[in-house]
Design a protein around this ligand. Sequence first.
Ligand SMILES: Nc1nc2c(ncn2[C@@H]2O[C@H](COP(=O)(O)OP(=O)(O)OP(=O)(O)O)[C@@H](O)[C@H]2O)c(=O)[nH]1
Length: 349
Amino acid sequence: METSNIASSSSSSVAQQESFTNIPPTASTSTQPSQSPQTSTTASNEISAKKQPVVLLCIGMAGSGKTTLMQRINAHLHSIKKPPYVINLDPAVTQLPFTANIDIRDTINYKEVMKQYVSSWLGPNGGILTSLNLFTTKFDQVLEFVAKRAPALNHIIVDTPGQIEIFTWSASGAIITDALAATYPCVVAYIIDTPRTTNPATFMSNMLYACSILYKTKLPFILVFNKTDVVSHEFAVKWMTDFEAFQLALQKETSFMNSLMHSMSLVLDEFYQHLRVVGVSAMTGEGINEFFEAIDKAVEEYETEYKPEIERLIREKAERQENEKQAQINKLMEDMDVSGNAVKSQNGM
Ligand SMILES: Nc1nc2c(ncn2[C@@H]2O[C@H](COP(=O)(O)OP(=O)(O)OP(=O)(O)O)[C@@H](O)[C@H]2O)c(=O)[nH]1
């Protein structure tokens, strides 16, 4: 496996790249990570009381503008002298317009992974997923790098693979998300290609997807309508706040799916209550201040609502592990006792 140091030539700002143990594609017999990195250390099992940087997970369909928005966020934070820590988790991206502190491509060559796992018949998506799985096996190292830098940081921004399901529906995605959220306030920015969402059916499909990610990640969520320089996101805000307006738009559709869409829109009405919505143009920078205001509010929400729940889950998990450990010790003691008695009786004692 190659260890390439792919630094972007067009970077507007230079971040210090971390280098860590190479991960060969044959690093593990199973490429499916099974345990969250934070479960192996007790230190990160508690969410630190001191102020931590915000982790912003940029998730969205291919082409929605994740990378361009990352570049915009990066440039904005540099301009206010608060450079972020940048993590790229997309092994297949060909060019990044910014330099990442941690770049999955520095340790994993996904084309090489596809070749080496040829017996598994990996296609491009299988290659990306396997690359992410391999990277996740070393995510504890990433956490260590981040922890060292954390005191001087305000934001950690994370770009995810274009094939959205590879991050949102994989064990690796869940492990990475949980590991970060266990230590830092974590916010999901779900990026939507606004011009491609003006059709009510497409809009609703996108909202249903967002809904599934919200319930999967259980993290504060911002709906980011991108590309507002092409189409304003006002229609979306209207549809989300005015049920009748969306119903009216749906009526114009003459699909046999209308009644299903009508029922689904009722469900989504509840989901909209849990969201923050912003319109941005990653291209022009329009709406970027509102975006950062939404992040601040999402962090407050994380502190008051999400953090106690995450801490409760961590405590429960620790208790469960402790109970299991105790049960194993008890079982061992019993076995030793039984064999001890057995040995004694054999010796006529
Ligand atoms: N007009 C306009 N175009 C944009 C904007 N943001 C991104 N784009 C364009 O949309 C296309 C996709 O942008 P990317 O940033 O590569 O999108 P992505 O979500 O990272 O794409 P994947 O890596 O394939 O998932 C590019 O041609 C961008 O120039 C925007 O705010 N306005």
